[in-house]
Design a protein around this ligand. Structure first.
Ligand SMILES: C[S@@+](CC[C@H](N)C(=O)[O-])C[C@H]1O[C@@H](n2cnc3c(N)ncnc32)[C@H](O)[C@@H]1O
Length: 198
């Protein structure tokens, strides 16, 4: 018996390895709860991230005594990554909230959603928030459509991502951090522009 699992947006760190081990341990525990003499499944784990992810570092850091076969699957998870009905378990942690591209309205000077010099939607116009929201909706829909085809019937998926309920104040620490990051990036851009004009 073979069980195939995908870890989407895996990056290279220890989190992705721990997540895979937890999934395998949980499946094995569940199996044991059905009684002794259960046939132990073989696990195939697919690690997915952008093509530019450092898969070499990831594969070098996998434990030597791992209880699964590992493979890398590069590419955007908003599209198809696996054959139809081939995955039993999909896991994605802290990856799905990243947008696959900057909404085009934000960088169009003639758009009411033009977000000059900004990297986020804190204290922004409704048009800016709508552009971010529409891009996220498009991305998550594509993700779910692709996984709907790739998961076997009865397959499972765990999706972990940071979220904020509507109405959270823009004074909230998470927004303040983005304002700070934005200020740093703008300062760096100003410095490069200044150097180039010298
Ligand atoms: C913050 S890391 C999370 C890593 C790991 N899953 C964890 O929980 O620690 C987010 C990862 O998602 C990847 N990612 C973001 N958008 C992606 C996409 N559209 N397709 C594939 N990977 C993506 C990034 O390249 C990055 O490695």
């Amino acid at each position: 018996m073979e069980r195939q699992s995908g870890n989407l947006g895996c990056s290279v760190g220890i989190n992705t390895i721990i997540a895979v081990e937890n999934i395998i341990e949980s499946v094995n525990l569940k199996l044991q709860s059905f009684g002794p003499n259960q046939e132990a499944p073989e696990f195939q784990v697919f690690f997915n991230d952008h093509v530019s992810n450092d898969f070499n570092t990831l594969f070098k850091s996998l434990p030597t005594d791992k209880q699964y076969f590992a493979a890398g699957v590069p590419g955007l998870f908003q599209g198809r990554l696996f054959p139809k009905a081939s995955l039993h378990f999909v896991h994605s942690s802290y990856a799905l909230h990243w947008l696959s591209k900057v909404p085009k309205e934000l960088i169009d000077k003639n758009s009411p959603a033009w977000n000059k010099g900004r990297i986020h939607y804190t204290n922004s116009l409704k048009e800016v928030r709508d552009a971010y929201s529409a891009q996220f909706a498009e991305g998550i829909e594509s993700f779910l459509n692709a996984r709907a085809q790739e998961l076997v019937s009865g397959g499972l998926m765990t999706l972990i991502m940071p979220c904020l309920p509507d109405g959270i104040s823009s004074q909230c620490a998470v927004f303040a951090f983005k304002d700070l990051l934005e200020a740093c990036l703008n300062e760096m851009v100003d410095e490069v522009t200044f150097d180039q004009t010298q």
